[in-house]
Design a protein around this ligand. Structure first.
Ligand SMILES: [Zn+2]
Length: 384
């Protein structure tokens, strides 16, 4: 039986989410921030970068996608007087808007490196992960973490500046990890959305061998320790808010989508990959919530959206069949991986949680009445 946070709309089916007194970990972790002394964060941040400087030219690596958050991160580092080396692991099906935003970020005043892994191999891995664990973005989830660490080791830059800590922002992890200060191998392995698929498992894919997997592997403990690597989160030192990040990023030339995006309520995020819609739809089928819920919950926590208004928005937008994403149709997105619409439907069916959903008399997938959120209070919502 699914239950919901009494403050936001996060469900008990969300992986790694903890609850206390009916309130989810993301809401509890957000409350911790009211105790932060932001006035000292800036100085702690500056000292940390100065104390860990090893490369004569660069102060830190900033992993960037060109999105609102990474544009804000680069702006922040430059504003504090430091020189970042920016690093992108581009998505497999990079959108035109995503490319435009990367080019914009490169104009902010920083050196920039883009590492693209072998496309043919990656395409095979995306396809394999889609069938094996129902996650077509599996390589992206891994490479956004491993490639910056590779670059840190190669350029001998000990500090990697990540944006928000997911264990804080989304409550994904043990309660004590809401205080997480550093990203390291343990965090990647425990929370990296790898769904039990290991890098070594990829060798079973025809045409993939050891040489293809260099960037998928986290560097050795010896390399990391001798560098003194510290993966830090900007949200430990400065207030973090996706909306204000988007506002600042737009003032710097970042572009949002001019069209509504299927399956969500925000036009300022997840603009760089045509497969986001597929990923979010599978997430909905597996766990009963989608990207619209994530965005709505962020807004509720910040007192920017009432919970019952959020219900109406989530009901309308979550779980929409991803017939297109931005300017590309689903069949074309799947064609890149040699996946047919029929195979897509079969995989969706395989990964649908039938404790939450059922097929009605007309064959339509609907939520089970007992799987719908019976929200605390006088209202309820979603596919009753
Ligand atoms: Zn909550």
């Amino acid at each position: 039986m699914i239950s919901y946070c009494s403050r936001c709309l996060y469900p008990s089916t969300k992986p790694d989410l903890w609850f206390k007194d009916g309130v989810c970990g993301a809401c509890h972790a957000f409350d911790l921030r009211s105790n932060y002394d932001w006035s000292s964060g800036k100085q702690v941040f500056r000292d940390l970068l100065r104390d860990n400087k090893k490369n004569p030219r660069y102060d830190c690596i900033v992993p960037v996608s060109g999105g609102k958050d990474s544009t804000y991160q680069v702006w922040r580092v430059l504003k504090e007087g430091f020189n970042p080396l920016c690093k992108t692991a581009p998505t497999d099906q990079l959108t035109a808007l995503g490319r435009a935003n990367i080019e914009n970020l490169k104009s902010l005043g920083c050196d920039y490196i883009e590492i693209s892994v072998n496309r043919e191999v990656r395409r095979k891995i995306n396809r394999h992960a889609f069938f094996a664990v129902g996650d077509i973005q599996w390589p992206e989830h891994l490479l956004i973490y491993t490639i910056p660490v590779r670059a840190a080791v190669q350029f001998q830059i000990p500090v990697i500046l990540w944006g928000e800590c997911p264990q804080r922002e989304y409550g994904a992890g043990r309660p004590e990890d809401a205080y997480l200060k550093y990203f390291d191998r343990r965090v990647l392995e425990e929370y990296g959305s790898l769904n039990g698929l290991r890098v070594s498992d990829l060798l079973a894919i025809q045409g993939v061998d050891d040489r293809d997997l260099y960037f998928y592997e986290y560097p050795s403990a010896e390399e990391v320790d001798s560098l003194g690597l510290k993966g830090i989160y900007l949200d430990n030192y400065f207030p973090w808010n996706g909306i204000s990040n988007a506002v600042i990023a737009q003032s710097l030339g970042f572009r949002v989508s001019e069209e509504n995006i299927l399956g969500t309520i925000a036009n300022y995020e997840n603009l760089d990959n045509y497969v986001h819609g597929i990923h979010d739809y599978l997430k909905y089928l597996k766990f009963g919530f989608g990207r619209a819920t994530d965005v709505a919950c962020n807004l509720i926590r910040r007192n920017l959206l009432l919970r019952d208004d959020a219900c109406a928005l989530v009901e309308k937008h979550d779980g929409r069949y991803p017939s297109s994403y931005l300017d590309r149709n689903l069949d074309r997105i799947l064609q890149y991986y040699d996946i047919s619409l029929q195979e897509f439907g079969e995989v969706c069916d395989d990964y649908t949680n039938y404790e939450l959903f059922l097929n009605d008399a007309s064959g339509q997938l609907v939520r089970r009445p007992d799987g719908s959120p019976q929200l605390t209070g006088s209202f309820s919502c979603l596919h009753q």
